[in-house]
Design a protein around this ligand. Sequence first.
Ligand code: GDP
Length: 454
Amino acid sequence: MASTVAAISTPQNTGSIGIIRISGEDAVTIADRVFEPTGKRRLTELEGYRAAHGFVVYEGERLDECVALVFRAPKSYTGENVVELSCHGGLFVLKKVLRAVFSCGAVPAGPGEFTRRAFLNGKLDLTEAEAVMELINAQNEQGAKASLSALEGALSKKIDALSGRLISASAQLSAWVDYPDDEIEELQEPVLSKMLCEVESSLSSLLDRFDAGTAVTRGVETAIIGKPNVGKSALMNLLSGYEKSIVTGIEGTTRDIVEGTVNLGALVLRLADTAGIRSTGDEVEQLGVERAKARLERAGLVFAVFDLSRPLGPEDEEIITLCKGKRVIAVLNKNDLPTVADEARLKKLFPVHAALCALDGDGLAQLEEKAERLLCTKELDTSQAILSTERQRKNAESALSAVRRARRTLESGITLDAVNVCIDDAIGFLLELKGEKAGDAVIDEVFSSFCVGK
Ligand code: GDP
């Protein structure tokens, strides 16, 4: 039997209200040991969905005045008995109350333990549990909407629909292969092929939306790169809305990476302002240049900044080379000054470009529009199913490969049981995506990113 766990569920900070959540079979009994109601009925006498006003008292000492909410299994977030003590929001008092709850029989909840219990008790599937975390971390309207629809089951329903079609085909194929003498209707090849094509195209479009989906939920790692003095820090500050990076005319000022998360339209950008790329004898600056290159390597979006007021130099050429194969927007900066650089060449090299004056923000709207278009976030319908984590993407991709294999096997005329093996693989990956067949390691990994108390 799982133990009864407790944790502070509100932020580890001072607030007007702080909530201690207790979940498990003994939640109500344990809460009852520290809770003295103002009214006549003790917590143990309350049915679910009831609130009681009272005091937290431990070893004769009144610790706080609070409201206790009682939920009875299975009608609670975790599916277990749950009590939430809404106390005053000072951390000192909250910790004292929590210690009293531990002394009365609860044990500390691990990261994401309440949501994990909800998952294990069938209240949520794994995609919905992941959506809880996405919703908590949402940085903008689009991200919150996408996470909320995942929490309401948009992705789950889509995966159910796809796996449902594969499961019924597989069942029919198995019956037909296993009982050839029975009068089981053969699954017609064109029907099977059509179904596989449709599932394939649904999975493909889900995967196509992954980048746009994560761009509005988790954010895109974005590297700002360029030679020294092109206006990288000015761009960082413009996007951040305040002076985050030091802007000077002195080369080599930004030596390490300056980071920040900003909204650009519907996009969430996890920005990194990097050291200006150039050859330098300064050891510290050289380290910064190496870090800038590494950041560029792993970035999902690159703002390659060029200074229109100066001719392009060897460092610009290096940046042009480094950007090959990356998702890049060339930022043609200092367009308030007379143009000296070969602008036409830059525009040809970088089909996606935006002219900008990073000092006053002229051109920012255009940069925003280009970034949204490049990441396809404009047309993203957040009420639809969206894959939002790398785990989900990998499972969907493996399912897609298996469906493609099934279709190719069918087309090449190999026996139907070989087709069925591929269909079964695809079903396995889809069930794993929802958590129905996920192993402990996968589940541990998902919940390790959760905070304590959620
Ligand atoms: P970084 O080394 O690439 O980070 O460049 P900074 O952001 O520090 O800018 C270098 C210099 O260029 C500073 O003196 C800025 O004021 C100036 N600067 C940056 N952007 C612009 C711009 O759009 N127009 C003009 N005229 N000057 C700019």
